[in-house]
Design a protein around this ligand. Sequence first.
Ligand code: KIV
Ligand code: ZN
Length: 387
Amino acid sequence: MDTKVDIFDTTLRDGEQVPGCGLNKEEKIIIAKALEQLGVDVIEAGFPISSPGDFESVKAIAETLKEPTICALSRAVEKDITTAAEAIKNAVKPRIHTGLGTSDQHIFTKLKSTREQVIERGVKAVKLARKYVGDVEFYAEDAGRTDNEYLARVIEAVVAAGATVVNIPDTTGYCLPEEYGQKIKYLVDHVKGIENVTISTHCHNDLGLATANSIAGVQNGARQVECTVNGCGERAGNTSLEEVVMILRKHRWLPYTTNIVTEQLNPISRLVSETMGMPVQPNKAIVGANAFAHSSGIHQDGVIKNRENYEIIDPNEVGVDESTIVLTARSGRAALAFRIKKLGIEVPQQEHDAIYQQFLELADRIKLVRDEDLRTLLNQYLATSIK
Ligand code: KIV
Ligand code: ZN
């Protein structure tokens, strides 16, 4: 049987940190409900200490949603932790997410601390959080650039202090997939008590490797993936939820499964994009406008013959009605005939060549030939050329 991987969605916390994309309480509740329908296991609802508005949003989500775990972020700071605990106290399944930087870069130049003090602070934070909730996730910020031996010491100490989930963030999106996978494996092999907790990935996309790194993490022992809808997040964003889910689903030889209702992936992508006012790049995997659009003649001919010639995902599987055959100057005769047929206009076979030439001239001029352009072209042609 396939091993279940938990999907931890942080669209409402890390994703919402995109400049200009902040969400108010009502918007957060709408997205949280859609995430529950999508089947995510954990919703990171916000960072309650950050503002009164975010505190209220997290509280409202904790009181409204019943299925997923509701997680609140805090730094390893007493007031952050008590505020997070207050915000989620009415959740059916509450979780506090606390932690601090563990790389030498963070320890020496951000926290102005020492390696030993960081371990002490992490342990203290986890113990405090455990007084409020039974489910405490520890994050080792910038774990991607943290030396593995020291990281293992930090993780062992927080596990002994009561952490139930240990998050290994590649905060700066620095790691290569093999390197990140090895990091997770190192912890699996060297941390006492690791078998009793869930290891989580949390990868940023600064080098475009967030999804690849998360999958490498899973292949080496992580059982929770932190991600956002559309991969939204600070800088180049976070791991994209839809990509991770579809990779685990499409590669049958990967023995992992998730609870995600994949037909909801495109609807929730649009909801998040519209609510945040953040467009999705057209070539974005799974949810981009062009993800199931075919425009070159060779591909169009192949797709018309059999969709699977150029598609590894059935669009219906991810909530898209159908693949589209886009008409441009690179389109072939098969695509034109296909679209003419869809319009329901009868064109005698002997006229196809001439129409194709007129179509190419039009496409060179207007780039994208839509239904209405094609209809006009056909009507004019049929009116003037066929006596
Ligand atoms: O990227 C990161 O390290 C984070 C932590 C706060 C979990 O977002
Ligand atoms: Zn992050």
